[in-house]
Design a protein around this ligand. Structure first.
Ligand code: AMP
Ligand code: TRP
Length: 337
């Protein structure tokens, strides 16, 4: 193992969905609880500024995401949990990395192409330079803590490759300093959209695409019931929609049920209604527990603000030490006091 430092970031884009949860957050909690890793988790508000947004909404969502991560099981006693912009060294290192990352590297990023195309379709389309350099800031997030392990979903694979390229170029140019971070995937690193099971579940595909992690029972059940599946003809291969639902059942820990459905479907009995009911039940069990925790934790705002401050201070101590080294290696003077 290169080192035992784990870093991940999550955007404060409103409510989390089960794609974020099963694709990434379950690993945040698992790694924290092994006791083997030093775990650092960040609400990346600076990344959320790369697309048009409202300041008041960003502020609210940032605090809510911090609460939601605690509701999912992150423990400020065991992990450093903080808000990206409260540690200004992220933006500083991003500038330096912008100078070791090539323009060509960034033009090959699929997420930029996808997001800029989505924006282009809108009225008053504005594609920020920040959206283009987004992965450079992500590399800075990870490498500021010299993290070697990054729990994320499959969609972040290319961004992580770029983080490795940046670490590598920096080391070649200025001397060996950064590890090359590796992706840590969950058992289900990609959850597909319920309404379009060829694409990943995402807020941008509309509310029918996802199940929110804190959504109420009725909404969860009706969304799962409406999930797109194949026609269920015996003898045809199981479609992506049905496989996605079985994957969700497994992600919820219901392996026996998932095995049973797979056996039935292999034998030619291809009714999906019972599968949907089982998935809805499992998700309701999960979301109702999380909703209760979110309410309890969120009730004490003064404590939340205190925890945010404490988390940022812990992160900043590490970030400062890294920047001191980086400034020396790259020929910059020391910070003013
Ligand atoms: P984001 O909300 O885009 O900041 O994503 C937060 C985390 O959730 C990242 O690690 C993503 O890789 C992961 N993630 C987002 N959508 C999905 C999905 N549909 N399936 C699996 N993981 C996902
Ligand atoms: N780009 C990631 C996403 O959209 C969020 C992110 C920002 C991140 N910085 C990070 C993930 C650092 C892991 C490590 O999901």
């Amino acid at each position: 193992m290169t080192n035992n430092i784990v870093f991940s970031g999550i955007q404060p884009t409103g409510d989390m969905h089960i794609g974020n949860y099963f694709g990434a957050v379950v690993n945040y909690v698992r790694l924290q609880n092994t006791g083997v890793y030093r775990t650092i988790y960040c609400v990346v508000d600076l990344h959320a500024m790369t697309v048009p947004y409202e300041p008041a909404v960003l502020r609210r969502n940032t605090e809510q995401m911090f609460i939601d991560l605690l509701a999912c099981g992150l423990d400020p006693e065991k992990s450093i949990v903080f808000v990206q912009s409260m540690v200004p060294e992220h933006a500083e290192l991003a500038w330096i990395f912008g100078c070791v990352c090539s323009y060509g590297d960034l033009t090959r990023q699929a997420q930029f192409k996808e997001k800029s195309e989505q924006l282009q379709g809108k009225q008053d389309a504005f594609i920020s330079a920040g959206l283009f350099t987004y992965p450079v800031l992500q590399a800075a997030d990870i490498l500021l803590y010299r993290a070697a392990h990054v729990p994320v979903g499959q969609d972040q694979k290319q961004h992580l490759e770029l983080s490795r390229t940046i670490a590598n170029r920096f080391n070649t140019q200025f001397g060996e300093y950064f590890p090359e971070p590796e992706m840590l995937a969950t058992e289900t690193p990609k959850i597909l959209a319920l309404n379009e099971p060829t694409k990943k579940m995402s807020k941008s595909l509309g509310p029918k695409s996802y199940v929110g992690l804190f959504e109420d029972e009725q909404t969860v059940r009706s969304k799962v019931r409406a999930a797109v599946t194949d026609a269920g003809e015996a003898g045809t291969p199981l479609g992506e929609g049905a496989r996605n639902l079985i994957g969700l059942l497994r992600a919820c820990g219901k392996h026996d049920q998932a095995d049973a459905f797979e056996r039935e479907y292999a034998a030619g009995n291809r009714r999906y209604a019972p599968l949907k009911d089982a998935v809805a039940d499992a998700l309701i069990e999960l979301t109702s527990g999380l909703r209760a925790r979110r309410e309890a934790i969120g009730a004490d705002r003064a404590r939340i603000r205190h925890l945010m401050q404490e988390g940022a201070e812990k992160a900043r101590a590490i970030a400062r030490a890294t920047m001191k080294d980086v400034r020396a290696l790259t020929g910059l003077p020391e910070h003013a006091q």
